[in-house]
Structure formats: C-alpha cells, structure tokens
Design a protein around this ligand. Structure first.
Ligand code: ARG
Length: 565
C-alpha cells in the first residue's frame, strides 16, 4: 500500500534508531506552503533526546539520507528537514490507490475480531428529543461508522432514560391536569406541557413532590396502574423518537434502557456488599471515593430506590458478559463527566480489569441564544421541528434553482437533515455550541450542502464522460491546483485514524470541507472534459478519486453522498 509518509519515517528511523518509526511518523508535518516541501520533520522535537541542536540534526540527516523512494529532494532549513516528493510519482501512486480501493479507501483492518459497544443518543422518555440529544446521537453514530469502517464489530445501544422520579411527576401531572385524548392527539408535546406545569405548580405546592415520589415508589414496587401509565408514556415517546431516528438514518442494535436493569440491580448491590465496598451514610448506601478525590457514588437512596449510577454499573457488567467488548464508549454531555469517573472507579474497585476499557466521550453544552436548555422550564428546541424546517428551506432553494429536478423531496430531506448533522459535527465536540437557525441552515460556506454539492458535481462530470479508462499520465497533473488536490486526497486515511484515536468526528468533517475547497479550485482553473484525450483521462482520474474520497468521508459522518443536488 502506498504511504510515502511511512516511507520517509522509515528512512529517518534508519538514521535515528533511538526513535521508533511510529514516533517519527507522528512528528512529521505537512508544511503550510509548497516552498517548505511536501512533508517536513521539525527537528526541535527530538533535540532533547539526541542532545544536539535542531539545525545540526537537520543537516546531518540531510547529508545521510539518500535514495528515498518517491522523494526528489530534501532540504534542511532552520531546524526543519523538508522533503519534496517526486510529483508525478506521488500523483500516480495516490490516485491509483484510491481508484483501486474505492469504497475501502481510508480504511485499515485494525479492528478485526474486536467489539465496540457504543452507548449514544439515550433520550429521556416522556421528554422531548431536543438539540442536546442530537449531539449525542450524531457523534455516537459517526463514531460507530468510523469503527465499523476500520473493521470493528459495533453494538449501538440506546440506553433510554425510561425509569426514575420524573415518571412519578408525570403521573401526578397527568392525573391533575391531563387527559387521554390530549396525550393521544399531541404526544410528547402534551407530555412536555404536563411536565413543565408540574414544576411551575410544585414551586408553590411542595406536597406535589411527595406525591410524585409516592408514584415512583409504586412503580418500583410493581403497582399495575403506575406501570401501565409508564408503559403508555414510553410507547408514545418511542414512536416519536423513531421518527427522528428515521430522518437521521440512525439505528441501534439494542434499546435496553434504564428500566431493563431493574431486575439486575439486587445482584450488583449484593456483590458490592460482599466486596466490602458499601457504606451507610444518612440511611443511604454509598461507595466512598474520598481517597480518589471524588464525592461518594450513591448506590441506593434512603427510600430504597436505585440511582442512575447503580443502573450504569449493572449495565456495564451485563454488557461485558453479553458482548465481551474491547471498549465500551459513552457519548454524553460534559456535565456528566464526574458521574462516569465515579462509577468507572467503582467498577475498578470491584476488581474488574476491564474498567480500563470504559470510555466517556464528553461533548460541550448546547445553548439556545446563550441560555442553557432546560426541559423543566420548557426551554427546548425540538429536534423534529429543526429537521422539518431544514428540509423545508432546502426544498425552497431547490425549487428556485432547479425546479425540474427529479426526487426533489428526497434530495431536500438528505441535504436538509445533512446540513443539521454536519453543522453539529463541525466543531470539536468538547466546544460549547450555541444553536442558531441561521448557522445550522446556512447553505454556503463550510457546510454539509457545500460538500454534498461538490460530490454531486463530481458525479455529474463523470456521467458526461462514459469512457472507463483508468490509465492516465500522471505527469499531466502537476499544476498547483491539481497537485494540492492530490496531497489532500492522500491524507484521508490518516485523518480517519486520527478521528478514531481521538474519538473526534470533526476531524473528518473539517477534512471534507478542505477537500471540497481544493476540488473546486481545481475545477474552476482546469476544464476537465477537453478535446485532448490524454489530458481528459488524467483529469477525470482526479475527479473520480475525489468523488470516492468525498463519498467515503460523508458516510463516516452519517451523511448520504448524493449523485444530484
Ligand atoms: N439519558 C441520559 C441523559 O439524557 C443519558 C444516558 C447516557 N448513557 C448512560 N449509560 N448513562 O442525560
């Protein structure tokens, strides 16, 4: 497999055996402008280990390294060692690899035989699916695609918030201010209205909170009236969540939510007791984590009800048994970081060596016009509304630009929903994002529609050139724009690897924008379907390679590459 960066790393490693090939590979950089070469080694990074000044290291390496495949020239410049590729060889090898590997381009089979459990989305039943859960859903879904692409078996779990005191509140509110017809007619919106009303009323009437606790206690004891209402709320919610998952094209292997662990909790508590980890504190049972600088992990409340953490512990033990995971990944807001650290520690204290394989993937807060979203106050943007608005706006754009397009509705759906997903995956996941309609639906600039459009543009060029000749003369593809496009194409496999290691889909999202921009620069400078057959075949090879790479990248972030936009 063609990988010039690795070839360079190997050549340097021969001269510097103190550093491993992998270490050197990680030090190599892509210089910001072509005069500084195609790949550079910043020698100050190894100056300490080698006890030599960077300038000297660069010069020595430059005089000792010779005859590296694909390299025409190397130059030491102020502590950097710059490598210049043999352009036409580089172009030839890069495009050949892409055209051969097709939809596998970018993947490496590092995950074979390993299972990754990904816990994502996990909205709370009877509450609306809001933009906060969108982040978990699209980040988790993208991570899943990335792992699958690299050969892992993935199990997607929707750990629904389907148990807890909020159901007691909802039952009280429903009995006081709700009725069956309204709930059936308006679904989650009515449940949300009741939930908000409960909190408004409870401010002046604290008795309501007691009643809610009572109802939840009845649920835990198996009271049939309470459970019937709970099941009904759950069915209504799931039906609406499903609409959103269908729009997003997101799927799960399991919907085992919090309630699934109701009958698995006693065993966990027993095990904790046997292992001498439980302590009583004001009537509740806790695991003391003071030694580890954390507040205690609550296992059982004074009234005997279990907690979020108890369920997570039971779930992890269950998942290890059932799926024998290599890693179990949890995608939630950063506000839950402490929760995960605490119960990961409890698993470790229980003596499970696989505690090290539990990974929390936090993401930043979603705010709305600068204010934190809160279901209790009814301050939420419903995801379903965002998605349908996005589809509507996309359809309007298509109607005005391309009214005769076939399957307008379908295209509007993929592009509109894709725009929302793309904007969510564009920033580093840990960054707080302020949701804005204008940004999510901006169809120009660094957005999903722009990348989709570029992919469709490639398809349209290829459609107009029916010849299937993949033999091209790479020496014809060395203008500035063509060469730059090749260099960006070459970096895709590395980007996928980084995204996987950092659990960071935005690496792919940003890469796709760069690639689309490089392609469009090429496209505007160089006509493709020219008379000259040789030139035409060569440029077409570049278009085909771009199309493949854009498509592979779009799929990794959960977007469908479209032939026409
Ligand atoms: N339902 C939770 C929430 O909305 C997220 C659950 C995440 N998964 C887990 N195993 N704790 O915040």
């Amino acid at each position: 497999m063609f990988d010039v960066k690795d070839t360079i790393a190997q050549a340097i490693h021969k001269q510097l055996p103190e550093l491993s090939r992998e270490q050197i590979y990680d030090m190599l950089e892509y210089p910001p402008n072509p005069e500084m070469g195609d790949i550079a080694l910043p020698c100050f990074k190894m100056s300490k280990t080698l006890r030599k000044p960077p300038v000297q290291i660069a010069h020595e390496l430059a005089s000792n390294i010779s005859n590296v495949e694909f390299i025409d020239k190397l130059e030491p410049v102020s502590g950097y060692l710059n490598f210049f590729f043999n352009k036409s060889l580089f172009v030839e090898q890069t495009l050949k690899r892409i055209l051969e590997e097709q939809e596998r381009y970018g993947s490496q089979p590092i995950g074979q035989g390993k299972t990754i459990v990904i816990d994502y989305s996990a909205p709370n039943i009877a509450k609306p699916f809001h933009v906060g859960h969108l982040r978990s859903t699209v980040i988790g879904n993208s991570l899943r695609k990335i792992f699958e692409f690299m050969g892992y078996r993935c199990i997607g779990i929707n750990h629904l918030g389907d148990w807890g005191t909020q159901f007691g509140k909802l039952i009280v509110a429903y009995k006081l201010w709700g009725n069956k017809d309204e709930v059936e007619a308006h679904g989650i919106k009515e449940l949300l209205r009741l939930y908000v009303k409960f909190h408004e009323e409870a401010e002046n009437d604290p008795k309501l909170e007691d009643e809610a606790r009572d109802w939840f206690a009845r649920m835990e004891k198996g009271d049939s009236e309470a459970l019937e209402l709970w099941q009904w709320f759950k069915d209504i919610s799931l039906k609406e969540f499903q609409k959103v998952y269908d729009l997003l094209d997101v799927h799960f292997d399991s919907y085992a939510g919090e309630s699934f662990y109701n009958d698995k909790m006693d065993a966990v508590i027993e095990e904790l007791r046997k292992k001498n980890l439980l302590k009583e504190s004001e009537g509740a049972l806790i695991v003391d984590l003071e030694k580890y600088g954390m507040p205690p992990c609550m296992i059982l409340k004074k009234d005997g009800s279990s907690l979020y953490a108890t369920r997570d512990i039971a779930a992890a033990i269950y998942r290890k048994k059932v799926y024998d995971f290599h890693k179990c990944i949890y995608v939630t807001g950063a506000a839950q970081s402490l929760h995960f650290q605490q119960w990961f520690k409890v698993i470790e204290l229980m003596g499970y060596e696989w505690a090290k394989d539990l990974v929390h993937v936090p993401f930043g807060l979603v705010s709305l016009g600068g204010e934190k979203l809160s279901t209790r106050k009814g301050k939420v943007v419903l995801l379903e509304d965002i998605l349908s608005e996005a589809i509507k706006k996309t359809l309007e754009i298509i109607e005005s630009k391309n009214p005769d397009m076939e399957n307008k509705e379908e295209v509007a759906r993929y592009v509109g929903v894709g725009a929302v997903i793309f904007s969510d995956l564009y920033s580093n996941r840990i960054k707080d994002v302020s949701f804005s309609w204008d940004e999510a639906l901006n169809f120009d600039g660094e957005t999903g529609p722009y990348v989709q459009y570029t992919h469709a543009r490639c398809c349209s060029v290829i459609r107009k050139a029916p010849e299937h000749d993949n033999c091209f003369n790479p020496a014809l593809l060395v203008t500035k724009e063509e060469y730059q496009l090749c260099k960006t194409l070459y970096q895709f496999p590395e980007k996928v690897m980084i995204a996987l290691n950092q659990l960071e889909p935005s690496v792919i999202t940003r890469y796709l924008v760069d690639l689309a921009q490089d392609f469009n620069r090429f496209y505007h400078e160089h006509p493709i379907l020219v008379e000259d057959q040789q030139l035409r075949t060569a440029r077409l090879a570049l278009v085909k390679a771009t199309r493949i790479t854009l498509a592979n990248g779009l799929k990794l972030i959960g977007l469908k590459p479209l032939e026409r936009v």
